[in-house]
Design a protein around this ligand. Structure first.
Ligand code: BG6
Length: 467
């Protein structure tokens, strides 16, 4: 028996600023992702105040998907992709973010790209916002806590949702929206310690998300709109009540955004989180109505690793993980970046989310970031990646079949190598397709298939039956 339903959406996931390049082509404006340098010798990457001479910015060329998308899509098609997740760069459509009229060239770029996907029968899952606030907006209006963002984002979201009606079936609003408290870059100068600013930014994004959901439902009966969460399954450090209490609090914090996306309002627990943080935010009656009218159709999430929570704060810095650091789990192996590999954790996460929200789920990011080596025959034998993916896909199959979870899509992260969001490196690769490009921007950009290319092709061909 096949664990994956007929029509299951197999594919891969990208983000505009990590693949497109062409950062100033076609009328595109600068985004905050374009002023982010690269990690060198363990010094974390950071945003610079505008473009500085002599600094290398990996998003500027990325893998030049902007000019190569037809060739890259042909490779995805060869693998049998049923879907592709990527994002629209707000700054291609509204270069500064606050214009009244969209940039026609930007609209045309995505139109041609999306039409090519349609021709190849690749269903689109499009993220409206993936950590690339227009730089002009940030300089002019500050962080997302400014309500000006709602007005501008509404214009942008409505423009693209109506423009690509019929081409895009699945929309996602904000990438890893619940990462905001951990990753102030999502909102940039929303300071972590200023809880009012932080939760106002969160509220504004939730309102923006609901506006997009409501509008998409109004104009297109066939499309579905989901939220997108960061969801590292979390374990308690020990069976002590204190550690488990800490775990519960962590989970409630992680679910803050999904609760609102699903229920369309601030739940009692969310209100307590605000109160306990002493966060004072402005929520209008009109916004409450929008939240209620903009409930999501499905939940998408990223999963790379699980995490461990404990009651002692010093423990939290012990190991890495996607966005959130946690305690080292002695039962799990880690990637070279310290992310703890845990396929059962994915099955647990799927169960937790489905039990809690009972909405269809999409895993829109999962994969192994690894340094690949091209051997003397020009091949990349990435058995480690195949192992990681095999175990995770198998866990998804079990969640569907043994636990009754409704999973509708799997898009592994970076099916073609792209710039790492965390470090800016090219050497942290996730792809089935290798791109000849290094951390300093050298290389031919030539694409070549890794061993995992044929493996994933076979997984899709057999609808997940043969891993
Ligand atoms: C997620 C982001 O947090 O993790 C992606 O949505 C990112 O943009 C991915 O690329 C993997 O992280 P990294 O740092 O390995 O690129």
């Amino acid at each position: 028996m096949n664990k994956f339903k007929e029509g299951f959406l197999w594919g891969g996931g990208l983000a505009a600023h990590q693949c497109e390049g062409a950062y100033n082509i076609g009328g595109k404006g600068l985004s905050i992702a374009d002023v982010k340098n690269v990690e060198v010798n363990g010094v974390a990457r950071e945003y610079t105040d505008g473009l500085l001479d002599g600094v290398y910015y990996p998003s500027h060329d990325a893998i030049d998907f902007y000019h190569n998308y037809k060739e890259d899509l042909a490779l995805f098609h060869e693998m049998g992709f049923k879907c592709l997740r990527t994002s629209i760069a707000w700054t291609r459509i509204y270069p500064n973010g606050d214009e009244l009229e969209p940039n026609a060239e930007g609209l045309q770029f995505y139109r041609e790209f999306f039409e090519e996907c349609k021709r190849l029968n690749i269903e689109l899952i499009i993220t409206l916002f993936h950590a690339d606030t227009p730089f002009y907006m940030y300089k002019t209006y500050g962080s997302w806590s400014n309500k000006k963002y709602i007005e501008c984002f509404e214009r942008y979201a409505k423009t693209v949702i109506s423009e690509y009606k019929g081409l895009v079936k699945y929309w996602l609003t904000f990438n890893e929206i619940n990462g905001l408290p951990y990753l102030p870059g999502q909102s940039l100068n929303s300071v972590r310690d200023n809880k009012s600013d932080l939760y106002q930014a969160a509220h504004n994004q939730l309102v923006c998300s609901a506006i997009a959901v409501k509008y998409a439902h109004e104009i297109d009966k066939d499309c579905k709109v989901g939220c997108m969460l960061l969801y590292p399954t979390a374990y308690a450090y020990s069976c002590s009540p204190e550690d488990n209490f800490e775990l519960m609090k962590f989970k409630q914090g992680m679910n803050f955004f999904a609760d609102c996306h699903v229920h369309g309002k601030y739940t009692p627990n969310m209100l307590k989180i605000l109160e306990n943080a002493n966060a004072k935010i402005e929520v209008t009656e009109e916004e409450k109505e929008i939240l209620l009218a903009g409930k999501v159709d499905y939940i998408a999430f990223s999963y790379y690793n699980s995490t461990v929570r404990g009651s002692s704060p010093e423990q939290l810095k012990a190991t890495g993980g996607n966005i959130i650091r946690g305690i080292k789990n002695p039962y799990l192996p880690s990637t070279s970046w310290g992310w703890q590999i845990d396929p059962i954790g994915l099955r647990i996460g799927l169960n937790e989310l489905y039990d809690k929200y009972q909405l269809p789920l999409m895993i829109v990011e999962n994969g192994l970031g690894a340094e690949d080596v091209v051997n003397e025959n020009g091949e990349i034998i990435d058995d480690y990646r195949i192992d990681y993916l095999r175990q995770h896909i198998s866990a998804i199959g079990d969640a569907i079949c043994e636990d009754g979870v409704d999973v509708i899509a799997y898009t592994s992260w970076g099916p073609i190598d792209i710039v790492s969001a965390g470090t800016g490196q090219m050497s942290k690769r996730y792809g089935y397709i290798y791109v000849d490009r290094d951390n300093e921007g050298n290389g031919t950009m030539k694409r070549s298939k890794k061993k995992s290319f044929d493996w994933y092709k076979h997984v899709i061909e057999t609808n997940g039956r043969e891993l």
